[in-house]
Design a protein around this ligand. Structure first.
Ligand SMILES: NC(=O)c1ccc[n+]([C@@H]2O[C@H](COP(=O)([O-])OP(=O)(O)OC[C@H]3O[C@@H](n4cnc5c(N)ncnc54)[C@H](OP(=O)(O)O)[C@@H]3O)[C@@H](O)[C@H]2O)c1
Length: 286
């Protein structure tokens, strides 16, 4: 695989740009609860993202709940972009999370997400968290049923360990893993490498080091995004923002990939890292 690639093929067939957008912030605040206050502004922001070439938008049932999926569906449901959501977590009140990965709940949330996205198939449906009361195998079987009947195109995971990924893979093909990872929080480095090896996308959440419940990036945004893009060719970055100016700035991160790719090459000092530096240095620098 070429490290300078700007795109990644989910499941080997659904090509997306590796710099996407995360819609969690397009919800009521505080607590990512309720509909986004500036609904029309949110629609404009999502469409501006698509205009800038973003073609991968990540959402979840629990954002709102449902309202992030709804704003994404209203803005982009009829556009040629890849829409991802997650299920298995609900939010009945601000700050209250209910994890439920049971078969019935997942099927109900898939049907709801189809309506909210205004589509007849969900490109990527991710299990948001593993439910301690439901074996991951049972949750994945439910998603595999939805894949078999065409409601879901690809299955992904979020907040999982390598062992849970292996268990899920014993039931159905998994195309992505979404865990927290950024320049300052590199605890998932082994999983980034493992997913790369398996041909699975790694979607680092909190790419700018943000607290999920508070506004504001903790890392310099374009540097943090370029670092992730340079880190491994299976990384798909989904920074979240409510500002069109920030969105435009974040998309410009590609221009920093050259320099940072070389630094990573030196820093991780392995063959793979050197290859990142060399290839990105040669091909992406513009
Ligand atoms: N799977 C999970 O469990 C999970 C958990 C958390 C998040 N996620 C996903 O990951 C996505 C990203 O995570 P995140 O939103 O928590 O964190 P993030 O992308 O690290 O940071 C978002 C924060 O940074 C600010 N920001 C963005 N671009 C900026 C810029 N150019 N300059 C200054 N500030 C900027 C935003 O504020 P402004 O609005 O002011 O720009 C926002 O508050 C979410 O949208 C969601 O899709 C998944």
């Amino acid at each position: 695989m070429n490290y300078s690639n700007r795109t990644y093929a989910l499941g080997g067939e659904l090509e997306i740009h590796r710099l996407g957008y995360g819609a969690m912030r397009l919800t009521g605040q505080p607590g990512n609860y309720g509909p986004y206050e500036d609904w029309d502004g949110g629609i404009a922001l999502l469409r501006r993202g698509a205009e800038l070439g973003i073609d991968f938008f990540d959402s979840a049932w629990s954002y709102g709940p449902e309202t992030a999926d709804r704003i994404v569906g209203e803005a982009l449901g009829d556009r040629p972009v890849v829409l991802a959501t997650k299920g298995g977590v609900d939010k009945p009140a601000p700050g209250r999370i209910v994890v439920d990965g049971s078969r019935d709940t997942l099927h109900r949330q898939i049907d709801g997400a189809l309506k909210n996205f205004r589509r007849d198939q969900i490109d990527l449906f991710q299990l948001h968290r593993v439910d301690p009361a439901t074996p991951i195998e049972t949750s994945i079987e439910a998603l595999a049923e939805a894949k078999a009947d065409g409601r879901v195109r690809h299955i992904g995971l979020s907040n999982v360990t390598r062992e849970e990924l292996d268990r899920a893979l014993s039931i159905a093909p998994i195309v992505s893993v979404q865990n927290r990872f950024n320049m300052a929080e590199q605890g998932e480095a082994d999983l980034v490498a493992y997913t790369a090896e398996l041909g699975i996308a790694f979607i680092p959440y909190g790419p700018l080091g943000a607290n999920p419940m508070q506004r504001g990036a903790r890392l310099e945004p374009t540097e943090a995004i370029a670092w992730l893009l340079s880190r491994s060719p299976n990384v798909v970055v989904i920074p979240g923002t409510t500002s069109i100016a920030h969105l435009e700035e974040n998309v410009s991160a590609w221009s920093k990939v050259h320099e940072i790719g070389e630094e990573i090459g030196e820093e991780i000092g392995e063959e793979i890292g050197e290859e990142i530096g060399e290839k990105i240095g040669n091909k992406i620098a513009v």
